[in-house]
Design a protein around this ligand. Structure first.
Ligand code: ADP
Ligand code: MG
Length: 298
């Protein structure tokens, strides 16, 4: 699979602030790649570096397998890293025509891209009459004019109402479906879950996790158990290869799983060892809890 962007040991310090700390990751063609982390974790700085608007302290990044200079490569990148800014008294079409001239793109693209972001009906309205969501969608249309290989978005739904958020996410998914690679920075777990195929989770510029979004559930979960004789119960649990740490909370045992094991399997195992349970529940921490655990200072 073709690599769109490869980042190696990237580092950025603003004085004492270590904004990006030895980050490495690759984005492959067709992925919808999320950078997820709380505010101040280094997402925008990372995007700024790869777009050549922020100087790195050290490390490397390579666009398109390093076949092009960064300057040439960036012509194949569409990015929105600031609030959309257009001429308020000009219509969507007029604003996009201006950008076509600057980018050397044919006006033919305007209709197509306005349709992608559902603004074709409103193409002749002045920019200043647009809602924030529409402004953001126009910015996406503008970034798409030259058919970029990759679209980069920094917190694309910030400040929007629920309807506006939904529209932007749908549009991003549609753009991805048509083969454009996407890199999206967000502090919202549910945004990344809904939109992205892959994710890099960072905190204080440090990588905590990278991989597929659907494999982000790092935990196998845990059992809550209780019996008349918890001491005996603990002894047998400790002998089971799928059980990790065990702790007791108000007479209930919490047994963490180190590999997949069903409630009926553990029940059978304990029953075979003459233990009858009065309480057995299998639980998994929610993705949200895991994200909080990951991004909490510890
Ligand atoms: P995010 O986009 O994840 O919210 P940023 O990349 O904007 O995070 O910021 C990462 C850290 O770098 C923060 O501590 C922020 O205060 C700091 N920072 C960002 N830009 C600058 C700058 N121009 N000068 C000094 N510190 C900065
Ligand atoms: Mg930011």
């Amino acid at each position: 699979m073709e690599t769109i962007l490869s980042i190696k040991n990237l580092d950025k310090k603003y004085g004492k602030v270590h904004a990006v700390n030895n980050l490495s990751f690759d984005i492959k063609k067709g992925e919808v790649y999320g950078i997820l982390g709380p505010n101040g974790s280094g997402k925008s700085t990372t995007l700024g570096i790869i777009l050549n608007v922020v100087n790195r302290t050290s490390g490397d990044f390579n666009w398109f397998d390093g076949k092009l200079s960064t300057h040439e490569a960036l012509k194949k990148v569409g990015a929105i890293i600031e609030r959309p800014n257009f001429y308020p008294y000009m219509s969507a079409v007029q604003n996009l025509q201006l950008i076509c001239k600057i980018k050397g793109v044919s006006y033919d693209k305007i209709e197509e891209k306005l349709k992608v972001v559902n603004l074709f009906e409103r193409r002749n309205s002045k920019f200043k009459t647009y809602s924030l969501g529409m402004k953001q969608r126009l910015a996406i249309a503008s970034a798409l004019l030259n058919d970029p290989e990759i679209l980069i978005l920094d917190e694309p739904t910030n400040g929007l109402d629920p309807q506006g958020i939904h529209e932007i996410r749908q549009i991003i998914k549609e753009i991805a479906k048509n083969g454009t690679t996407i890199l999206l920075a967000s502090h919202l777990l549910d945004e990344v879950e809904k939109v992205c195929s892959h994710v890099l989770i960072i905190r204080n510029g440090v990588k905590l996790y990278s991989g597929r979004v659907d494999e982000m559930t790092t935990s196998n979960g845990y059992f809550e158990l209780e019996s008349e004789n918890n001491k005996e119960l603990i002894k047998h649990l400790e002998n089971h290869s799928s059980i990790g740490s065990i702790k007791e909370e108000n007479g209930i045992l919490i047994a963490n799983l180190t590999s997949e094991l069903s409630a009926s399997e553990i029940n059978q195992f304990l029953f075979n060892n003459n233990i009858t349970l009065s309480h057995l529940v299998k639980r998994k921490p929610s993705l949200e809890q895991q994200f909080l655990d990951l991004t909490n200072n510890n």
